[in-house]
Design a protein around this ligand. Structure first.
Ligand SMILES: C[S@@+](CC[C@H](N)C(=O)[O-])C[C@H]1O[C@@H](n2cnc3c(N)ncnc32)[C@H](O)[C@@H]1O
Length: 218
């Protein structure tokens, strides 16, 4: 298995993509942390919301189900995972807007989203790609728009650190290093975001998941 794509696929390698959903469901307390992320995002009727690195669109669908009056778009660089997402949306009887693009060049105008959400995405990006993605998020967010992120954070203890080696083996040691050091908030601040905070933590089978929020100043 080699990495020929300019992105790390959902489960580390394309061959594992079809098992991504059951793995995440069984190991990450997925329903609890995604619902918490959605709660903190405070999405309102008429909001335009981007789910960045949407993968199989579990979060995108949840947003759509809980906020039918919001406009929701999922974006991912991997066309194969987007086909799985589209099939999942069809099974749920929901029409989803899904775009295929790299996060470093978002295909949207400046100031066009009220919320950007992202789950388990940043640990797939090397440091420079993280910087580019956050710059793009900042560009497409409206003034006072908010970024809400759930991703691997600094392990709470050795029992959270050890199983995280498996995530690193699959997704790479370089992209996961910033997460492990708890550095995601620095990327958000460096791009110009204000009110950057870690809001909660979840102990999971693969390590500590952290939730963050950040705001684009008015
Ligand atoms: C671990 S999955 C997370 C999927 C989903 N958000 C979730 O919570 O289950 C990470 C996703 O990020 C996508 N991705 C990785 N690098 C990307 C990039 N540079 N631009 C856009 N998507 C990217 C991958 O294709 C993958 O679907």
């Amino acid at each position: 298995m080699s990495r020929r794509d300019p992105y790390v696929p959902a489960a580390g390698f394309h061959a594992f993509s079809r098992w991504y959903d059951p793995i995440v469901r069984l190991t990450t307390r997925e329903s609890a942390f995604k619902r918490r992320l959605l709660q903190q995002a405070g999405i309102e009727n008429g909001h335009r919301v981007l789910d960045l690195g949407c993968g199989t669109a579990t979060l995108t669908l949840l947003i759509k189900q809980m906020h039918p009056q919001a406009e929701v778009i999922g974006l991912d660089a991997d066309p194969t995972i987007l086909r799985l997402a589209q099939a999942k949306a069809a099974r749920a009887g929901l029409a989803l807007a899904l775009d295929c693009s790299l996060a470093s060049a978002l295909p949207y105008p400046a100031d066009s989203f009220d919320r950007v959400l992202s789950s388990l995405f940043f640990h797939h990006l090397a440091p420079e790609a993280k910087r580019q993605a956050v710059r793009e998020i900042f560009r497409v967010l409206r003034p006072r728009g908010e970024l809400h992120v759930a991703d691997w954070g600094r392990p709470q203890n050795v029992f959270m650190r050890l199983p995280f080696f498996l995530v690193q083996l699959l997704d790479g040691f370089t992209p996961t290093a910033d997460n492990l050091a708890g550095r995601l908030p620095e990327f958000f601040r460096d791009a110009g975001c204000a009110d950057v905070r870690e809001t909660s933590r979840f102990a999971t089978l693969f390590g500590t998941l952290a939730l963050y929020r950040a705001t684009k100043p008015a």
